[in-house]
Design a protein around this ligand. Structure first.
Ligand code: ADP
Ligand code: ASP
Ligand code: MG
Length: 424
């Protein structure tokens, strides 16, 4: 008997009929002789709607209360799904993240899982029940408060539970047939990737491909747990995320570029007129670190000889920008910079591929494709297997399409189907 962990995203449980369809699918897996643990997200756009509601009562809601509010979304879907399964004559039990033993640190809104103690899930399985677990949430070890794992965090709940329960497979069910060479919502000619490495998938996720939560891929790599990303609306084989997808016998050659990712969730801050002396950059980034802000790209201009001052630009999640601006304003006197500029109309476009390690000319082809599409590059950053650029937000779609074409990623026949979801 196998232990199968399945995660269903918001679009897969968007309404009552979707929940009934998913319940059927779960029961079929159970009837095939497997133990089944299901992780479920909030229905449709519930999380976004709850966030909108919170904003209407407070511009900066306390993290503890926001987490309390947001976790209610997953409680609704887990209970409804358990009811739908019971209606099909099978025993299902729903559990909150806390009941399922998902223990986190106490950082509200982006808590990290520090331990998983799924004794109640084991008991349910031993009784022959299907266990349904609310994704995206846990309980803080220190404060005992309810936490959330960050947007898209149900994927991480699924992989963490699959690892703790030593599941045979972790299936992530969503509204597309797997991981594609680009987001099918903006590149209809994107191709499905049959197998991809943890490292490449991590870069794609970190660069905004929201098909999988970044931490979920990190977790899977740590435990060498294969993830099967597939659609809950079809029975097609999806994408396998594994440690070594290009071994002999899998007939897959390592591509130069695996995919193009994009991200519209970042903003850019420029600290203008920073005195060009030792320790200034350290002071700026210490201020941001103390405010718990994750910085992505950084560019420091050459200082103008006449003024002895320079500008430092960096990108960060737009959601953290008011906190960052407030923290920097407080230290303006001490650091002695002139002013701050803020731009949230930017987007990041990234090329990801382990094959670029051994292929010269990837950057040149990428930049030429952007130039031909009339897209201006504002910032650049690279890793061993990734090249990212910041462009104007309005130009993101054109930039992604141009890069996709330049590396011959377009499919001959359209295979990228988006079955549901609002893409929000
Ligand atoms: P779920 O609600 O199931 O968790 P998400 O909306 O979080 O679904 O993730 C699925 C979406 O990810 C797809 O609808 C698609 O628009 C988007 N996406 C972004 N990049 C990719 C990619 N490279 N391959 C497939 N989907 C992608
Ligand atoms: N419901 C949460 C969100 O929308 C978590 C998830 O879907 O993974 O971000
Ligand atoms: Mg998701």
């Amino acid at each position: 008997m196998a232990l199968v962990v399945q995660k269903y995203g918001g679009s897969s449980v968007a309404d009552a009929s979707c929940i009934k369809r998913v319940a059927q699918r779960i029961v079929t897996t159970k009837k095939a002789g497997n133990d089944v643990v299901v992780i479920v997200s909030a229905m449709g756009d519930t999380t976004d709607e709850l966030l909108d509601l919170a904003e209407q009562v407070s511009p900066l809601p306390p993290g503890r209360e926001l987490d309390m509010l947001l976790t209610s979304g997953e409680r609704i879907s887990m209970a409804l799904l358990a009811m739908a399964i019971a209606n099909l004559g099978h025993e299902a039990r729903s559990f909150t993240g806390s009941q399922a033993g998902v223990i986190t640190d106490s950082t509200h809104g982006k808590a990290r899982i520090i331990d998983v103690t799924p004794s109640r899930i084991r008991e349910a399985l031993d009784l022959g029940h299907i266990a349904i677990v609310a994704g995206f949430q846990g309980v803080s070890q220190d404060t005992k408060d309810i936490t959330t794992l960050g947007r898209g965090g149900s994927d991480t709940t699924a992989v963490a539970l699959a690892a703790a329960l030593r599941a045979d497979v972790c299936e992530i069910y969503t509204d597309v047939d797997g991981v594609f060479t680009a987001d099918p919502r903006i590149v209809p000619t994107a191709r499905k990737i049959p197998r991809i490495s943890y490292d490449e998938m991590m870069e794609m996720a970190a660069c905004g491909a929201k098909i999988l939560h970044l931490r979920c891929v990190e977790y899977a790599r740590r435990f060498d747990l294969p993830i099967h990303v597939r659609s809950s609306f079809s029975t097609k084989e999806g994408t396998w995320v594994v440690s070594d997808p290009y071994t002999e016998g899998t007939e897959m050659e390592q591509p130069i570029i695996s995919g193009v990712a994009h991200d519209r969730s970042e903003a850019k801050i420029t600290v203008v007129g920073v005195p060009d002396k030792v320790g200034e950059a350290a002071a700026i980034f210490k201020t941001l670190a103390d405010a718990e802000i994750n910085i992505d790209m950084i560019v420091q201009n050459v200082s103008a000889a006449a003024t002895g001052r320079t500008d430092i630009s960096f990108t960060l999640p737009t959601a953290d920008s008011s906190t960052a601006l407030a923290a920097l304003k407080k230290v303006q006197g001490a650091i002695g910079y002139e002013s701050l500029l803020f731009d949230d109309q930017i987007g990041k476009v990234s090329l990801v591929g382990a094959g670029m390690r051994s292929h010269p000319g990837v950057t040149a082809t990428f930049f030429a494709a952007l130039a031909d599409a009339g897209v201006n590059i504002e910032m650049i950053s690279t890793s061993e297997i990734r090249i990212s650029v910041i462009v104007e937000q309005d130009e993101v779609d054109a930039a992604v399409a141009a890069a996709h074409r330049a590396f011959d990623l377009d499919a001959d026949q359209v295979e990228a189907v988006v079955y549901g979801g609002s893409g929000r």
